[in-house]
Design a protein around this ligand. Structure first.
Ligand SMILES: NC(=O)c1ccc[n+]([C@@H]2O[C@H](COP(=O)([O-])OP(=O)(O)OC[C@H]3O[C@@H](n4cnc5c(N)ncnc54)[C@H](O)[C@@H]3O)[C@@H](O)[C@H]2O)c1
Length: 453
């Protein structure tokens, strides 16, 4: 419901006007792969934008007009800085903002349960600076109920002005507004402009939805309003579970096709010609990235509260998690064909990023595959144009340096895990003794040296 213009000015209508006139001060918390591009989009539209992060290195880099994300050139930061964009670790500036968008991580903990500590820590840091009329939007992917059951109680309990969230109240003087809006970015995908990706918004009441829709409406072409934050949270999970389950399906069919001597890639290409009812998904060496391997388990965890088992998610997780082990078996088998053992073999892994043409290592199957190969005694090197080194992460500690793509015949096996566009696959096949290809990157090249798995 939109407030009719005849009503007296309220904090709601003041903020709405500020947003429409692009004067609203936007604070983005968490300047990672999601938050930084979002902050830059608002800055491009000449909104006054401040980015908040606990990582001093990121803040200093941005303040010096530098970038730490490969696909965001420093020129973009420079231009945003010229238009007033700044970054800080100091939450006290939040009081100066009109809208606060939270883009912090939502990983799984060691027991594979949701780790909401980033959201709760952020909520605790935001609360003391909250004032009436503030709009707070959560963008982090999470289970349905997080905004209302986790974020909101902290904001209400720990703010200093006894403010409560707006729930359709007629006056705004003691209220702030809360919404959830999932991020739908697809890193590396150049086919859809960010602006053209419809933005789903679910406010806690219609005022919050109106404000969030107005705010996103200034940078996205289409806003899709849903009835609640929980519906918006569930929408994001449905999208990612859909991908996770379909990738698992095609991974399983690939394993069967390999046994049957059928080329699954040929089959998918043929099936994809059907003009309705089929969307192609592609097999690979295992899931990667911050989203698809992680998000479905947020829902599985929440489902337990309702005495419900999400069997599709569990089965898909089981199949997808096995894929790096399948790659290991195939490398061993391919070497065996050449009368070589995996133990002691020199293996060059091409690509450590979790997907092609991006600089993101999170949950990358390459890291698992490298560890599995090392555990079997292989001497593993890697090459990735996006990563000069691979150090220590949450689940790995590899301490490796990128090897130049030279003297490929010194390796017993070259293993393609990430099909970066920069690679010259003809040359790689020509110069290598054996190529194991997990991505069909060598399609169209015919050679007995290639083993597709
Ligand atoms: N990366 C993607 O493609 C993508 C796509 C859709 C949704 N998401 C979701 O968006 C959220 C953010 O993901 P991301 O990829 O940007 O993560 P990221 O790790 O790249 O960035 C998160 C940032 O938040 C900062 N941070 C952590 N705690 C903080 C705090 N208390 N205060 C301020 N800053 C803090 C970190 O330092 C980091 O810079 C996650 O929930 C993720 O699932 C990510």
């Amino acid at each position: 419901m939109t407030i009719p213009p005849s009503l007296p000015s309220t904090l709601f209508s003041e903020l709405k006007t500020k947003i429409e006139e692009q004067r609203a001060r936007v604070g983005v918390i968490g300047l990672g792969y999601v938050g930084l591009p979002l902050a830059l989009l608002y800055s491009e539209q000449r909104f006054p934008v401040t980015g908040f992060d606990i990582d001093q290195h990121k803040v200093s880099t941005l303040q010096a007009a530098g970038s730490y994300i490969f696909r965001i050139p420093p020129t973009e930061i420079h231009s945003a800085r010229a238009h007033g964009f700044s970054a800080t670790t100091d939450y006290s500036h939040l009081g100066d903002m009109d809208a606060i968008i939270i883009c912090v991580p939502t990983p799984l903990n060691e027991y594979h349960d949701p780790d909401l500590s980033y959201i709760t820590n952020t909520a605790k840091a935001v609360a003391p600076h909250l004032r009436a009329g503030h709009l707070v939007i959560l963008e982090s992917t999470t289970y349905p109920g997080t905004t209302e059951e986790v974020l909101l109680p902290i904001l209400e309990k720990e703010n200093k002005r006894m403010l409560t969230v707006s729930r359709g109240s007629s006056t705004d003087q003691q209220h702030f507004f809360v919404a959830f809006s999932p991020e739908r970015e697809d890193p590396g995908n150049q086919s859809v402009a960010r602006r053209d990706i419809p933005k789903v918004v679910g406010g806690l009441d219609s005022k919050a939805s109106d404000l969030a829709a107005a705010l996103y409406g200034s940078i996205f072409n289409r806003i899709v309003r849903v009835s609640s934050p929980a519906a918006a949270e569930m929408t994001k999970l449905l999208e990612n579970i859909y991908r996770c389950v379909n990738i698992a399906l095609v991974n399983e069919l690939k394993l069967l096709s390999l046994r049957m001597g059928i080329d699954i890639w040929e089959v998918i290409a043929a099936a994809a010609t059907k003009p309705f009812g089929f969307q192609p998904f592609y097999p690979g060496p295992g899931l990667g990235g911050h989203c698809i391997p992680v998000d479905p388990f947020y829902l599985s965890w929440k489902a337990r509260e309702w005495d419900f088992r999400t069997r599709f998610i569990e089965l898909a997780g089981e199949i997808n998690t096995r894929m790096p082990y399948h790659v290991l078996e195939f490398v061993a088998k391919a070497l065996n064909q050449q009368k070589k053992a995996l133990n002691g073999a020199k293996v060059l892994v091409l690509g450590v990023a979790y997907k092609k043409d991006i600089d993101d290592l999170r949950e990358s199957p390459s890291l698992t595959i490298i560890e599995l190969l090392q555990n079997e005694g292989a001497q593993v090197s890697y090459n990735d144009p996006y990563f000069p080194t691979v150090g220590k992460g949450r689940k790995y500690d590899l301490q490796m340096k990128c090897t130049p793509l030279e003297n490929l015949d010194q390796y017993d096996c070259v293993l393609i895990v990430t099909d970066h566009s920069d690679y010259d696959y003809e040359r790689i096949v020509r110069e290598s003794q054996l190529v194991v290809d997990t991505r069909n990157a060598t399609r169209g090249i015919s050679s007995p040296k290639i083993v597709r798995c």
